[in-house]
Write a new protein. Structure first.
Length: 199
């Protein structure tokens, strides 16, 4: 299983974002949720996911948002799983705890822990993607998200009131095509690692 633990940054200086985070992350994860996002303690959120694509989507959103540290633990969980996410136990939960602690000082604010030789490589790819997302301009991010949502460059140009060439330049500046390929690689790496650590 994939266990995600998200820790709000600077919660003592700002408001509690857990409620907002739970709704946002749940919507992003979609059907890939085995146990729901919920507050575990204080300003932390945890969930158990079954789909690597959902994991990557949520972690990158958290990194782009900038208000969360995101830790991913990959491995088995004790069965049967309790209905409450916070009551779950097993190596994946332990790994998620380690990962979120390291994520607080990691590039992009994301980290991954698993008992697998490729865990470090998966973490490096996720951190690269998170850094790319974080450094994009708002306009490039908006264009990329619209394209990722299924619109064509022509449709995006019409919606934003710009030329198709401007949309193409925004995609190039934001390295969107490259990022999508690397994100697909991250999903494949996670799926392979998951299969091997839970076999």
């Amino acid at each position: 299983m994939y266990v995600l633990t998200m820790d709000q940054k600077g919660s003592r200086r700002g408001g509690d974002l857990v409620g907002e985070g739970v709704r946002t992350f749940a919507a992003l994860a979609g059907a890939g949720v085995a146990r729901p996002f919920q507050r575990t303690a204080g300003d932390e959120i945890q969930a158990v996911l079954t789909e690597a694509a959902s994991v990557v989507e949520v972690m990158l959103h958290a990194a782009r948002d900038g208000r969360w540290s995101a830790g991913l633990g990959v491995g088995p969980v004790e069965q049967p799983m309790p209905e409450e996410t916070r009551a779950g136990r097993g190596p994946a939960f332990e790994h998620a705890r380690d990962a979120v602690t390291r994520a607080k000082r990691a590039p992009g604010g994301v980290a991954c822990t698993a008992e697998h030789p490729d865990a470090e490589h998966v973490e490096a790819v996720l951190q690269l993607l998170a850094e790319l997302d974080h450094r994009r301009t708002d306009s490039s991010q908006q264009v990329g998200e619209l394209i990722a949502g299924g619109r064509t460059q022509t449709e995006v140009a019409e919606q934003l009131g710009v030329s198709q060439q401007a949309v193409s330049r925004a995609l190039d500046r934001g390295l969107w095509h490259q990022t999508r390929r690397v994100a697909s690689l991250a999903v494949q790496m996670l799926e392979t690692m998951h299969e091997e650590v839970t076999a």
